[in-house]
Write a protein that binds this ligand. Structure first.
Ligand SMILES: *[C@@H]1O[C@H](CO)[C@@H](O)[C@H](O)[C@H]1NC(C)=O
Length: 260
């Protein structure tokens, strides 16, 4: 998948069925705009209000998935999405960026500052935490073929960060929030990554049939490809809950398939 925090991801939606049976609908939101400038509170507010008021939506899109806790271009200031989420009561699937680094200290410091600033108003909105995003994909055969310069992380790095996060927040207001990792479906079916499945409470899967260009990925067949990838992830998950963390289909731009 050729996705970055500034392009397709910002448009992708997610839907999850958490173990308690609650269904979350939301959008993914990167820390920057498409021109790479930082998003501020007003930008996140505009996104969250738009999402919650979508006309004809199949449900209420009142959740957001973030990729980082850090405000863009700062070292460890809490992302201003927190301010906007508290104001609009938007549920949050937190994300920590874990590629190209050997430390999540700044991520954890930013989250702690946010929790200190907002207390329960923020912690009550947090529905999950993802340690990383598509890191395993970026070091996979397909990931490196699509982007040889892509920076990812292997299962040893991700599991180390999961342990670190769990111990750091063990006595916090979010101690019981389930911890997961988000990756592409073929990262989950890759046996070398099994240690990550063992380490998490839930599995996040990003599914874009559009990118499966080795298959019949016309839009008519995309539901079939989606289900096949979902079922393969469930089969690999060993009974752990699977959250669909990204999906979507482009409607414009240079990535439009000839088949559309
Ligand atoms: C399987 O996962 C490992 C570790 O993440 C990775 O190095 C390897 O390239 C993956 N295999 C394929 C076929 O992508």
């Amino acid at each position: 998948m050729r996705v970055s925090t500034t392009s397709v991801l910002t448009a992708g939606a997610f839907a999850t069925l958490a173990s308690a049976g609650e269904n979350y609908l939301g959008f993914n939101s990167g820390a920057t705009k498409t021109d790479n400038s930082a998003k501020f509170k007003a930008d996140f507010l505009a996104e969250f209000n738009t999402a919650q008021n979508l006309k004809g939506a199949p449900g209420k899109f009142d959740a957001v998935r973030l990729y980082t806790n850090i405000q863009a271009y700062s070292t460890s200031d809490p992302i201003q999405a927190f301010d906007a989420a508290v104001e609009t009561k938007t549920k949050i699937l937190l994300g920590l960026w874990t590629s190209g680094t050997d430390s999540i200290d700044n991520e954890m410091a930013a989250l702690k500052s946010g929790l200190q600033k907002f207390g329960k108003d923020l912690s009550d909105l947090i529905i999950g935490v993802s340690i990383g995003s598509e890191d395993l994909y970026r070091v996979s055969v397909t990931g490196l073929k699509n982007d040889p310069t892509g920076v990812g992380a292997g299962p040893d790095v991700i599991t180390k960060f999961i342990k670190e996060f769990k111990s750091e927040f063990a006595d916090s207001d979010i101690a019981s929030v389930p911890i997961g990792h988000v990756d592409t479906w073929d990262a989950w079916t890759n046996g070398t990554n099994k240690a990550v499945i063992d380490a998490v409470d839930w599995i996040g899967v990003d599914e874009y049939p559009y990118y499966e260009d080795g298959k019949d990925n016309t839009i008519k067949n995309s539901g079939t490809l989606f289900d096949a990838a979902y079922d393969a992830t469930i089969a690999a998950a060993g009974g752990k809950p699977v959250w669909v963390t990204e999906t979507g289909y482009p409607y414009t731009g240079s990535w439009l398939p000839p088949s559309l």
